[in-house]
Every structure is written in structure tokens, then in C-alpha cells.
Design a protein around this ligand. Structure first.
Ligand SMILES: NC(=O)c1ccc[n+]([C@@H]2O[C@H](COP(=O)([O-])OP(=O)(O)OC[C@H]3O[C@@H](n4cnc5c(N)ncnc54)[C@H](O)[C@@H]3O)[C@@H](O)[C@H]2O)c1
Ligand SMILES: O=C(O)C(=O)C[C@@H](O)[C@H](O)[C@H](O)COP(=O)(O)O
Ligand SMILES: [Zn+2]
Length: 367
């Protein structure tokens, strides 16, 4: 088992990464300081629960916990206020109190939703992330928790750190191929923003990563988590540098909202958004080779980099105006300066973005 610390003073926590970790979840809850006399709420989804929930519940019960579980329908559409309310109802009916904790067993949808429940139930109770997707190496770290609004992604949320991230890599074996590729988009993103060598390594080892080779995947997820933990340690609440983790998300989030949540998976939308950021970089005078390399990395990982022509530029622009990165009448983009280096540019012209969207429909690899 490997361990990485997210260094946030009194809110610091470990990320444990390894094999067979679900078996020890009960002991980990004791280590995290969750009270055994208060019920725990495990939130999971309809794909993950049949595979892993029983094992988690058994471990928790054998460590003396009372367990209440809530299983949501799998998919992005469940990251909604309506489902949030259902989970809260289960928490109240299950008798969760202020010493209780919420355990998120699943991918980023479960993690973001359950985290928002933990952050808001009785103004905040314990929280643990138990990620089961590749993508969740990103979503389980850093404390951004949220639900979507039909008009904009992650519109209602909080910064709320977990007490621990327990990442059992064995669970990844059951991921469908499309989810594997989607998760790898956020892995290579961590290279594209801060680690040139790692970004090219992801391209070289794309086939092993897509085939879930344990050594390659273990290294990639550990590196991705470490890069993210470093950024979070320096700027927990996104007053500055944390925004670089949003590479590809200005356009990507708009694609998710306009397409209807779940049409493009998060990582797929972010892949197209990262291609868009590289096209914007070229428009702003940076080397066009950045775009070519970005697209080749994403294509190697079986990710789309072309926007389907049916997406209306006007609707995407409107969605971008609702994004958190639109402030004081200005649009912020994370723009690559080179592979492994980005800038935060806060006065991007709408006309440039409109042109990039048009270009995105013609260039890159279709899905
Ligand atoms: N909070 C953050 O910092 C952050 C970072 C990145 C992404 N996100 C959010 O994360 C979400 C995407 O996360 P995701 O890609 O993990 O999606 P997800 O949670 O929907 O999981 C993807 C699919 O895989 C299934 N699944 C999960 N684990 C499985 C397993 N081990 N075996 C078989 N099937 C499994 C799920 O049921 C689902 O159908 C988006 O809502 C995105 O906005 C948040
Ligand atoms: O942790 C962060 O910070 C990120 O930006 C990670 C992103 O991959 C993630 O999708 C995040 O949820 C986006 O946050 P938002 O604030 O743009 O909604
Ligand atoms: Zn993301």
C-alpha cells in the first residue's frame, strides 16, 4: 500500500492506494476517528453496490459500526438536488447524528454527491472517500463536493475535505472500457498542467493504461494523486493556482450541460475541452505543436478531441457564462504554454472562444 498526504494543516488527510483495501474499511474508519456509537451512511450506486457494498458493510459491522446504505441510480444525472434530498432523507431516517460519517463508495458522481451531503447534513459530519473509478483519483482528492443544476455543472457545493481517501485499485478491474478512457483524461490532465514527462509517459504507456495493467495504472494514479495533492496543499479554496486543475473544464463543463448530463462522460467532455484550450493557446500566439501533442496524447487514450457539429456555439457560450470561471464580465481559461505548463488567463475574448468552438468541430479526432 502507498500513502500520500494532502497537507492542509488540521484538515490534512491520507490517500491510501493499494490492493485489497476494502477489506480493512472498518479499521480505517476507526483510524479516521469515526464514532462507533453513531451510524455510518454508505452512499453507492447501482453499478458499484452489487459488486462491493456487501464487503464494505461487513467490514464496518465487524468493527462495531451500525450501517445505513443508500444506493443511487448510476450516472451523472444523479448528481442533482432531487437525489441529494433523497440521500438526506435516508440519513435522517437512519438516525445519523453529528458524530456520524458519510462514506462515498463509487466514482466521482457518488463522491461529489455524498460529499455535499456530508458537508451540509447538520452543518457538516464526517466524510470518507472510497473511489472505485480511475477518474475518482481526481474527484476524491481536494474536497470539491457538489451537485449539478440543469443549466450549469457543480453549481451547488462546498469545499469539504474527507478524513481519508481509501483507493482500492482492485475495484478498477470491473470498469467498462469507456469509463477507463474517461478517467484517463484527468490522469493525463495532471501531466499536461504540471509534469511534461508524465504527460508523454501517459502517451507511451496508453495501451497498458487502457488494458488496466496494474503496474502502469498504479504508477499513473499515484502520480496523478500526488500532483493534485500538491496543488491543493498550496491553494485549498481556489484563490489562485488551484484553478489550473480546471484545464479543459471551461468548454468541457459547457459540453456536459448543453448535451444533457451523461451524454458525454466527464472525462470525454474534458478531453474535447483540453483540445479547445490548446487551440485557444495557438490563437493567442503559443506554439501550435502543443495542440498537436495534446490531441495525439488524448487520441492514444481513446478520447475524443472533436466536438460533434450538432452542439450549438451559442448554447455553449451561454453555458460558459454560467460557469464559476466567468467573473466580473470576464471569461477565464487555463491555457497551455507548453506541455506540462499552463497559465491562468482571465480576460479571454468571447470572439476567440467562439472561433475555437467552430474549429473544434473540424479538427481533432472524432469519437
Ligand atoms: N470533486 C472533484 O474534484 C471532481 C474532479 C473530477 C471530476 N469530478 C466529477 O466526477 C464525476 C465523474 O466521475 P466518474 O467518471 O467516476 O463517474 P461515475 O461516478 O458516474 O462513475 C462512472 C460509471 O462507472 C460505474 N462504476 C464506478 N465504479 C465502478 C467499478 N469499479 N466497476 C464497474 N462500474 C463502476 C458507475 O456506476 C458509473 O456508471 C463528474 O460528475 C465530475 O464532475 C469531480
Ligand atoms: O479539484 C479541482 O479543483 C478541479 O478543478 C478538478 C476538476 O477535475 C473537477 O472536475 C472539478 O469538479 C471542477 O470544479 P469546478 O469548480 O470547475 O466545478
Ligand atoms: Zn474534472
Amino acid at each position: 500500500m502507498r500513502s500520500i498526504t494532502v497537507d492542509l494543516g488540521e484538515r490534512s488527510y491520507p490517500i491510501y492506494i493499494g490492493s485489497g483495501l476494502l477489506r480493512s474499511i472498518g479499521e480505517r474508519c476507526i483510524e479516521a476517528g469515526f464514532a462507533q456509537r453513531s451510524p455510518l451512511l454508505v452512499v453507492s450506486d447501482t453499478e458499484v453496490a452489487p459488486r462491493y457494498l456487501e464487503q464494505v458493510e461487513a467490514s464496518l459491522r465487524s468493527s462495531g459500526y451500525t450501517v445505513v446504505s443508500h444506493v443511487i441510480q448510476a450516472g451523472e444525472a444523479s448528481k442533482s438536488l432531487a437525489v441529494y434530498e433523497e440521500v438526506i432523507t435516508t440519513a435522517i431516517q437512519g438516525g445519523l447524528d453529528r458524530s456520524s460519517a458519510v462514506l462515498a463508495l463509487g466514482g466521482g458522481v457518488v463522491g461529489d454527491l455524498a460529499g455535499f451531503v456530508a458537508a451540509s447534513y447538520m452543518r457538516g459530519i464526517g466524510f470518507m472517500q472510497i473511489p472505485t473509478t480511475i477518474l475518482a483519483h481526481d474527484s476524491s482528492v481536494g474536497g470539491k463536493v457538489a451537485v449539478n443544476h440543469p443549466l450549469a455543472k457543480n453549481m451547488l457545493g462546498a469545499f469539504y475535505q474527507p478524513s481519508m481517501v481509501l483507493y482500492d485499485l482492485d475495484t478498477l478491474a470491473t470498469l467498462p472500457p469507456r469509463q477507463v478512457a474517461s478517467g484517463l483524461a484527468e490522469v493525463v490532465k495532471h501531466g499536461l498542467i504540471l509534469d511534461r514527462e508524465f504527460a508523454y509517459w501517459c502517451r507511451e504507456h496508453a495501451d497498458e493504461l487502457l488494458a488496466l495493467d496494474p503496474e502502469a495504472l498504479g504508477y499513473a494514479l499515484e502520480r496523478g494523486c500526488a500532483i493534485k495533492a500538491d496543488v491543493i496543499g498550496g491553494d485549498e479554496r481556489e484563490h489562485g493556482q488551484r484553478a489550473i486543475l480546471n484545464l479543459g473544464h471551461t468548454i468541457g463543463h459547457a459540453i456536459e450541460a448543453v448535451g444533457g448530463y451523461g451524454t458525454f462522460l466527464h472525462g470525454e467532455a474534458i478531453a474535447i475541452g483540453m483540445a479547445g484550450s490548446a487551440l485557444l493557446a495557438a490563437k493567442l500566439g503559443r506554439d501550435r505543436q502543443i495542440y498537436e501533442d495534446t490531441v495525439s496524447m488524448l487520441a492514444a487514450l481513446s478520447l475524443p478531441t472533436r466536438l460533434p457539429s450538432k452542439y450549438s456555439g451559442k448554447e455553449l457560450m451561454e453555458a460558459m457564462m454560467h460557469d464559476k470561471k466567468f467573473k466580473e464580465g470576464r471569461m477565464t481559461f487555463i491555457v497551455p504554454e507548453a506541455i506540462g505548463e499552463v497559465s491562468i488567463i482571465s480576460d479571454v475574448q468571447a470572439s476567440d472562444v467562439t472561433e475555437v468552438i467552430a474549429q473544434l468541430k473540424k479538427e481533432g479526432s472524432p469519437w
